[in-house]
Design a protein around this ligand. Structure first.
Ligand SMILES: [Zn+2]
Length: 437
């Protein structure tokens, strides 16, 4: 008697195979479909194995070819030359990569013009400054390096160091003062030779040099300003410390509150991937209007990698001969170099010193007692005393201190929170996968 009910089908798993009890024959059988499944799986595994072996072989060949290419042509053996001939595509790919690597290296190199060449170029720049009817200055981190604020992409720049896994200290930020370049720009504005300044810097040094706010667009914010956007118009608080300690990408609350409406204050920093919408201190309106009126643009200490993306700053909708003339002062290559009427490879302070000599204008010295930040600063309320741990900008002697808390812990700690050094990873390009075919 059959021990299994007729309707019963027993499935037995045996080393990955499916078997079925066939009541009429009383046997366990694997079906043709099951056999098919097994064979297709074996086939797939074999294919995958072959693929891995092939990739491994190609990797080895790639390594071999790149080693051969590193040798000088005279050093290559017959066998090696034959290998190169067999792997023509790989050779092409490796040569292209080398060309790209060399080009990138050249772009990152800092170049200084010879003194006589620098002098000649500055004369040309001075003539352009005199001739311009509406000169706009675009500034980047390179104008603040003399104030001990590292730039971003220079050899000791924040991003260069962070990408190498090294730490960057924020300790000097509050000790930074407007540089010679900041003071020159302010003076040129006073002399009506510069009409507007557009800066990517968040260090607030243009404002502290005494440049009027309506002549300034701080496109990426100002580390000393926090605002209440719930108030209309937004309530602004200028502080004597870096307000961005707790903020970051898409996190702008500073932890302090508006004295008018009680809403949380936010910093004014625009990070990579964000769109700056605040009227002040960004002043996009002023920047766009200035660019539209400009007949000359002077770019100082900026790699222009970010600024070039803001189309309205370059009048790119006009034909090339109707665009403002471009003058660039930067140690490294910039993407606008080919469009520039003049490119000066020099440190901003050196160039500006020569320029002011050429224009016969005296450079004012930074005077802390006239720094507008002290009159603009809003005192902290007593309950906000512990709301930050950043070092204060020390008041000038003889001036009463504005209550800004007692942050004594500031120090040499590496940069973590805040605007400084943020966006570094955003600048990195993803590596293209190896093309081994
Ligand atoms: Zn408010």
């Amino acid at each position: 008697m059959c021990v299994f009910p007729l309707s019963c089908v027993l499935v037995v798993l045996n080393v990955g195979r499916l078997f079925r009890y066939i009541p009429t024959t009383g046997r366990m059988e694997g079906t043709a479909r099951d056999c098919g499944r097994v064979s297709s799986r074996t086939e797939r595994k074999a294919q995958e194995r072959a693929k891995i072996l092939q990739q491994e072989k190609q990797r080895k060949t790639f390594k071999l070819v790149s080693q051969i290419l590193k040798k000088s042509e005279s050093e290559r053996t017959e066998e090696e030359l034959a290998t190169l001939q067999q792997c023509e595509k790989m050779v092409q790919e490796l040569r292209l990569r080398q060309i790209r690597r060399d080009a990138l290296k050249r772009k990152q190199e800092e170049v200084l013009d010879r003194p006589d060449e620098l002098q000649r170029k500055v004369k040309e720049l001075a003539a352009a400054v005199r001739a311009a009817t509406y000169l706009v200055v675009y500034t980047g981190a390179g104008i603040s390096t003399a104030a001990s604020i590292p730039d971003y992409r220079g050899p000791n720049g924040v991003w260069t160091l962070l990408q190498k896994g090294r730490s960057v200290s924020a300790s000097d930020l509050s000790e930074a003062e407007p540089t010679l370049t900041h003071m020159c720009i302010g003076k040129l504005h006073e002399e009506k030779l510069v009409q507007h300044v557009v800066s990517q810097n968040c260090d607030g040094l243009h404002l502290r040099s005494g440049l009027p706010r309506q002549a300034l667009s701080e496109l990426h914010g100002n580390m000393y300003i926090e605002v209440c956007t719930a108030c209309s118009p937004p309530e602004e608080c200028v502080r004597l410390f870096d307000v961005t300690e707790q903020t970051g990408l898409h996190r702008h609350g500073t932890g302090r509150h508006c004295s008018r409406c009680g809403a949380e204050l936010r910093d004014t920093i625009v990070h990579f991937g964000e769109r700056g919408t605040l009227d002040q201190p960004l002043n996009w309106k002023g920047a766009a209007e200035a660019a539209a009126k400009a007949d000359a643009i002077l770019c100082l200490g900026s790699s222009l990698k970010v600024l070039k993306k803001y189309a309205c700053l370059w009048c790119m909708n006009r034909t090339p001969n109707k665009r403002p003339k471009l003058y660039i002062v930067n140690l490294q290559w910039t993407p606008k170099d080919d469009l520039a009427a003049l490119k000066i490879h020099g440190k901003c302070d050196d160039v500006m010193k020569l320029l002011m000599e050429e224009l016969d204008i005296q450079i004012p010295e930074y005077d802390k007692s006239k720094d507008p930040i002290f009159s603009l600063a809003t005192p902290l309320r007593p309950e906000e005393a512990d709301s930050h741990h950043r070092k204060l900008i020390a008041p000038p002697s003889g001036r009463p201190a504005i209550f800004q808390g007692s942050a004594e812990e500031c120090g040499r700690a590496p940069v973590q929170g805040g605007w400084f050094g943020r966006g570094c990873s955003k600048g990195r390009k993803k590596k293209k996968p190896l093309s081994l075919k």
